[in-house]
Design a protein. Structure first.
Lengths: 129, 223
């Protein structure tokens, strides 16, 4: 019952899942662009970097995404201090924020921002889906 | 044609394995994409799905439990017997057995494998090669489950706005052990069923069964 196929397939599985050559620059760049747009009051541009679901959920019925984002007055995020990418999801730690992202066919989009950690609970985010 | 006839059992299982794996990939991708759409995310291709940690962990967790099942069955049946079961040796025959029974060393026959004729490490390794290979595949599969499971679990944690965890945290987590134990319990039950039911029930013509007319107390008799 020797099975070189099984061993080879497992080796492939390990390689595929071990995170070899993970691109951390792209989600970091997307998080930084989001916060740069927010800081420059380019709220429509910032909204374009949100996932469709997050952008849809953010505004109240009588306002736009840009208006809702401007009203939140997110603080400065500062520099990127750490990035973790797992599959199509990423978490970008910045000096003043933790940003959650998901990979789409046209690049990384922000699922949540303005997040504060809570002990043993999910982050509490001002922008989330 | 003769080759296929003489290897029909392996060929049949290989074909069924590939069909089942392809079916798992196809149906898994459909299910995965249903969840993607519910969560406002883009559907992925079947190839993207089969190279994802979600597919890898599902495959690996089943593989490790199957190889563990056979490893335990191979090794435990050396030392433990079940009276009346065709899967067991007769009571009193427990253990690795004598050299002349195992046809090793000077008791090897003309067409015995080469490593069965020699003494030392090679004989020990060949004498335990089935268990060693099954055990190695089990360990590698379980390791693959832990690595792929960590990736899939951390992807879910990020989606849930939680910090990712490291490998040490994951392999001591309820998620990892729940995935492992839910597979182990079913494999162990299947072996238990085979060992016990084959005492009393028969499948005519199957070498996994006693002959239909064999008494219930007959042990190590295959049809």
């Amino acid at each position: 019952m020797r099975s070189p196929f099984a061993v080879a397939a497992l080796g492939l599985a390990l390689t595929l899942t071990a995170g070899c050559g993970v691109d951390t620059a792209s989600p970091a760049g997307a998080a930084a662009r989001f916060h740069t747009a927010v800081a420059a009051h380019q709220d429509a541009a910032a909204c374009a970097l949100l996932t469709p679901k997050t952008a849809e959920k953010l505004p109240d019925p009588d306002e736009t995404c840009a208006q809702a984002l401007a009203a939140l007055k997110l603080g400065p995020a500062g520099r990127v201090t750490g990035v973790e990418v797992w599959g199509d999801d990423a978490l970008v730690r910045m000096a003043g924020d933790t940003v959650f992202l998901h990979r789409f066919s046209d690049g990384w989009r922000v699922t949540a921002a303005g997040c504060e950690p809570r002990r043993d609970l999910p982050y509490d985010c001002e922008v989330e889906d | 044609m003769r080759w296929i006839k003489e290897n029909a059992l392996s060929v049949a299982f290989l074909v069924m394995f590939l069909l089942a794996l392809a079916g798992q990939a196809w149906s898994g991708a459909i299910h995965y994409n249903e969840e993607q759409l519910v969560n406002g995310l883009q559907p992925v291709s079947v190839w993207a799905y089969v190279t994802s940690s979600s597919f890898a962990v599902d495959v690996a967790e089943n593989w490790q439990s199957e190889y563990l099942q056979f490893l335990l069955f191979i090794v435990l049946t050396v030392w433990l017997v079940q009276k009346g079961s065709p899967e067991s040796k007769k009571p009193g025959e427990e253990g690795p057995e004598a050299d002349h029974e195992q046809l090793i060393g000077e008791h090897a026959e003309k067409d015995s494998p080469r490593w069965a004729r020699v003494r030392g490490a090679r004989l020990w390794m060949y004498s335990n090669s089935l268990g060693l290979v099954m055990g190695t595949i089990f360990v590698l599969s379980w390791l693959a489950q832990s690595v792929a499971g960590l990736a899939a679990y951390n992807s879910e944690r990020i989606t849930d706005l939680r910090d990712p965890v490291d490998w040490g945290w994951y392999v001591t987590s309820s998620e990892f052990w729940n995935r492992s134990l839910q597979n182990w319990q079913s494999e162990l039950l299947a072996v238990l069923s085979m060992v016990v039911l084959s005492i009393y029930l028969r499948q005519r013509g199957s070498p996994e069964s006693k002959p239909v007319g064999a008494p219930h107390h007959a042990t190590s008799v295959e049809g």
